[in-house]
Design a protein around this ligand. Structure first.
Ligand SMILES: *Cc1c(COP(=O)(O)O)cnc(C)c1O
Length: 414
């Protein structure tokens, strides 16, 4: 397709799809603002300021400068020929979010929100983190911009991710251990919400994925959509066409929406989100919300949620901490419902296989999260045409996962 034809196509197509979320913060029946009354004013202020700065030249210039000179954007688009052969032989390009400062895509959003907090005159930032990646990205943004930073983290996660706890403290953040419930991510989120209710006048809460009450899913998506914008421009330069397939792993869903957002209007691009299949399909053994979940509300938003028959939030499991969450971003639930994006899952074992294969064939150690997208390609690549162009989002680097993989290997070799 010529570039002009493409422009025409995207013009007519963008007319068909309404801009979402709607004014109330819904993507179809998903999303919304399920929060205590005391937070409503803060969410409205956040949305107002966001809508203003989005059109503000000086804000965009400031963010663009930071993304270029500090974060390291644009990230490269790297062809992975040998790994593609292992998958079935299409043309595979990796969007290298692993090369961002702090090692993943999370900094794109943390930096954007920290800049908004500054514009709102809020000097104190809170965040919550599971594996520590979002905590590190937020602590980094706060160090750069001179903001106070408090990160809530479950005690169990702090023990599992000691190095990231130390990193956050080096960056000047206060890391608060959470000792309630299962002492993991969902308890840390509850604690962060409690803090926010108490300190809302001075404090901005930086949510790390396309989750939480409106306007977070929209704001985080917009800050991450730089991934897909760059990828489309880069693939046009390299092969002079749109990709046939784009694939990304889905925890809350921010790296996937980041890749997909500019592609949704191009109906010809097959979009694939990959959830954590964990150890198997039994409730509690995975984090595949679309195959095992049901409609519900968690942490401020209505979406597909893993829950027991009584509506209690289910435990989840994944080899990768970043995909291990009971809910999924509401826009993903919407895109699944209208059939625009397909969702599949990839097991722990297959992700681990892809982790090794990409390392050996390309010299790139992927994050275990990103390895789920690659695992899906390994297993399903033969269904993709040999002349197809595929973009996979390499959401982060695997350095953080090396100790965990080493331990798994030592167990299997005993
Ligand atoms: C946090 C994280 C994820 C999962 O979060 P999304 O919001 O689904 O992108 C994926 N990959 C990496 C490297 C992460 O750090």
């Amino acid at each position: 397709m010529t570039v002009t034809a493409e422009r025409e196509e995207s013009k007519s197509e963008s007319k068909k799809r309404p801009a979402l979320p709607d004014r109330r913060g819904y993507f179809g029946e998903f999303g919304g603002k399920y929060v205590p009354e005391t937070l409503m004013a803060a969410l409205e202020e956040f949305e107002d300021v966001y809508r203003k700065v989005r059109r503000d030249r000086s804000f965009r210039a400031e963010l663009d400068d930071i993304l270029r000179d500090y974060v390291g954007r644009p990230t490269p688009l790297t062809e992975a020929k040998k790994f593609a052969e292992l998958c079935g032989g299409f043309r595979l390009f990796l969007k290298r979010e692993d090369l961002n400062h702090t090692g993943a895509h999370k900094i794109n959003n943390a930096m954007g929100q920290a800049l908004i907090a500054k514009r709102m005159g809020k000097q104190r930032i809170i965040a919550e983190t599971g594996a520590g990646q979002h905590g590190v990205a937020t602590a980094t943004a706060c160090a750069l911009l001179g903001l106070q930073c408090v990160v809530y983290m479950g005690e169990v996660d702090m023990a599992r991710q000691e190095l990231n706890v130390f990193r956050m403290r080096l960056l000047g953040a206060e890391v608060v251990p959470v000792t309630s419930g299962s002492r993991t991510l969902k308890d840390a989120i509850n604690e962060a919400i409690r803090d926010w209710v108490t300190n809302v006048r001075t404090t901005h809460y930086i949510i790390g994925s396309v989750l939480g009450p409106h306007p977070y899913p929209m704001v985080v998506r917009d800050f991450q959509s730089v991934i897909g914008r760059e990828a489309l421009a880069q693939i046009r330069k390299k092969v002079n066409m749109l990709p046939n397939v784009a694939v990304a792993c889905v925890g809350g869903g921010s790296n996937a929406i980041g890749l997909f957002h500019e592609m949704v209007k191009h109906e010809g691009i097959r979009l694939v989100g990959v959830e954590a299949g964990g150890r198997g399909p039994k409730l509690g053994e995975h984090a595949a919300r679309f195959s095992g979940g049901a409609l519900g509300v968690l942490h401020g938003t209505r979406s597909m949620i893993l829950q027991d028959p009584f509506g209690q939030i289910a435990e989840t499991h994944s080899i990768s901490a970043g995909l291990d969450y009971a809910s999924i971003g509401p826009e993903h639930a919407y895109l699944q419902g209208i059939g625009r994006v397909e969702y599949h899952d990839c097991s722990d074992d297959l992700a681990l296989e892809a982790f090794h294969k990409l390392s050996e064939s390309e010299g790139i150690i992927p994050a275990l999260e990103s390895a789920h997208a690659l695992g899906w390609l390994l297993h399903n690549g033969s269904s993709i045409a040999r002349d197809a162009v595929v973009i996979a989002n390499l959401s982060g680097r695997g350095d953080k996962d090396v100790p965990q993989v080493a331990e798994l290997l030592s167990k299997t070799h005993q």
